[in-house]
Design a protein around this ligand. Structure first.
Ligand SMILES: N[C@@H](CCC(=O)N[C@@H](CS)C(=O)NCC(=O)O)C(=O)O
Length: 116
């Protein structure tokens, strides 16, 4: 099961890299304002998790350069996610003190907050 998950994760990761959606466009001024706001955001994620890939693709379509925090390889991020977020699950979007889980919720929130 672990091996199968590893193979599927690797396959999805490569497929994602080969089929990157185009980056959304805003005026320079609005993009600067968005990026200023995003300084408060970070996405706790794993590189090959399909739910994280889905969120990263949505971020790209919306042109949202949110800091990515790999909770698989970085022990500090992993323990912060569990201690402050309340669950080790990824993806998790941190907005200041708020921790948002569930890929569909995160995408809905980003689409609503940062429309193109
Ligand atoms: N329904 C969740 C599923 C997230 C999920 O299952 N994430 C897996 C990685 S692919 C995970 O965090 N596993 C570690 C754990 O549950 O401790 C979503 O859509 O975000």
């Amino acid at each position: 099961m672990k091996v199968l998950r590893y193979i599927i994760g690797r396959f999805l990761h490569i497929l994602n890299l080969l089929t990157q959606p185009s980056i959304g466009q805003r005026s320079d001024e609005s993009q600067r304002a968005v990026e200023e706001e995003l300084k408060n955001y970070s996405l706790y994620q794993f590189n090959r998790c399909p739910f994280c890939i889905k969120v990263r693709r949505a971020m790209r379509k919306l042109n949202l350069p949110i800091e990515l925090r790999n909770a698989n390889t970085n022990e500090d991020f992993k323990s912060d996610l569990l201690a402050k977020g309340g669950s080790p699950k990824v993806p998790c979007l941190r907005i200041g003190d708020k921790w948002m889980y569930e890929s569909d919720e995160i995408i809905k929130y980003l689409e609503k907050s940062f429309p193109l």
